[in-house]
Design a protein around this ligand. Structure first.
Ligand SMILES: Nc1ncnc2c1ncn2[C@@H]1O[C@H](COP(=O)(O)OP(=O)(O)OP(=O)(O)O)[C@@H](O)[C@H]1O
Ligand SMILES: [Mg+2]
Length: 300
């Protein structure tokens, strides 16, 4: 498998929520859509849309949520090879209310969700693998996978939103590319500004540390210099999944051989296209679109 993705498996109900919804009453909304969600699943879908051979590691069983999650992964071309049948397992479920200002309110249930047990992973999946992408939620399995990636010399992208501090530190030190939203970065290092956060986290890991901050773009330290990659200004409909899309495209660009600032720029451009759609997995640009519209040259 060229790219292995692992992390929370979630089915989202995305609800375009009107203003001033009266509590305890029925209200019609413009749209409600059902979609696969969560960082690793969204990133797997984005990577598949970009033409990579991608597998998503997770448990499924014969139930409605598993059927939706599998169909949603297959919709963008994610291979089913790494899905494991496990009695009673189900994806988690979330309702995501998106109001007129684009503000998101999430309710979720982890009922019957079972993170993958490391004993169920056949490590030969890392042979011929070019990239591992994991989230910071299913921490036991994903820490195990980061160790295997290191053993097999496979580069990795870690999407570290929030977790226990010690676990965050361990995962950030195991990966080769730690990409954190600003909130996660602040929690990890206790600093306030994005510049301070990049510097502080960079000093505790050999990984390339990238911090994202929504429409303010992303930051890293490259060749000893602080680098800021701006977000692309687009007509934003819904920013759900922008972070996941950024990680997917960064990982794709890394596998394609772009240098780090170009990987961030590729991620930024791809994420901006996702912000134009309602839902984080509704529509992704493909490789052809990226080649046509994205002008950064690969390193020689
Ligand atoms: N409003 C926006 N317009 C254009 N690009 C955006 C916007 N919001 C986010 N992006 C792009 O996506 C990247 C990641 O966004 P962000 O920092 O919000 O991630 P996140 O908090 O992990 O999001 P998510 O909730 O999707 O996981 C940003 O660095 C930027 O390039
Ligand atoms: Mg995120």
């Amino acid at each position: 498998m060229e790219v292995i993705c692992s992390g929370l498996n979630v089915v989202d109900l995305l609800i375009s929520t009107p203003d001033n919804v009266p509590y305890g009453q029925k209200t019609e909304c413009e749209k409600i859509i059902v979609q696969g969600g969560a960082p690793a699943g969204n990133a797997a879908s984005g990577l598949a849309a970009l033409g990579h051979e991608v597998g998503f590691l997770g448990y499924i069983d014969n139930n409605t949520l598993s059927s939706i999650a599998v169909a949603e992964l297959e919709r963008h071309g994610v291979k089913p090879d790494l899905l494991i049948k496990k009695e009673g397992a189900s994806p988690a479920i979330a309702t995501v209310q998106i109001d007129k200002k684009g503000e998101r309110t999430v309710l979720y249930s982890m009922n019957n969700y079972i993170p993958v047990n490391p004993d169920d992973v056949d490590e030969t999946i890392f042979k011929n693998c070019k990239m591992l992408l994991v989230d910071g939620y299913d921490t036991v399995i994903n820490t195990h996978l980061l160790k295997l990636a290191k053993k097999y010399n496979v580069p990795s992208v870690l999407d570290m939103e929030v977790a226990d501090i010690d676990v965050m530190k361990e995962m950030v030190s195991l990966t080769t590319n730690a990409i954190l939203p600003l909130e996660g970065a602040k929690k990890l290092c206790g600093k306030e500004t994005i510049e301070e956060c990049v510097q502080a986290i960079d000093s505790i890991t050999d990984a390339q540390v990238v911090i994202t901050d929504g429409a303010n773009g992303s930051y890293t330290i490259y060749n000893g210099e602080l680098v800021h990659v701006p977000a692309y200004m687009v007509k934003v409909v819904d920013t759900t999944g922008c972070g996941d899309a950024f990680h997917a495209a960064y990982a794709s660009a890394y596998v394609q051989g772009y240098d780090i600032p170009a990987c961030m720029n590729y991620g930024s451009f791809f994420a901006a296209q996702v912000a134009k759609e309602f839902g984080g997995r509704t529509k992704f640009p493909n490789r052809e679109f990226m080649n046509k519209h994205f002008g950064v040259k690969k390193v020689a």
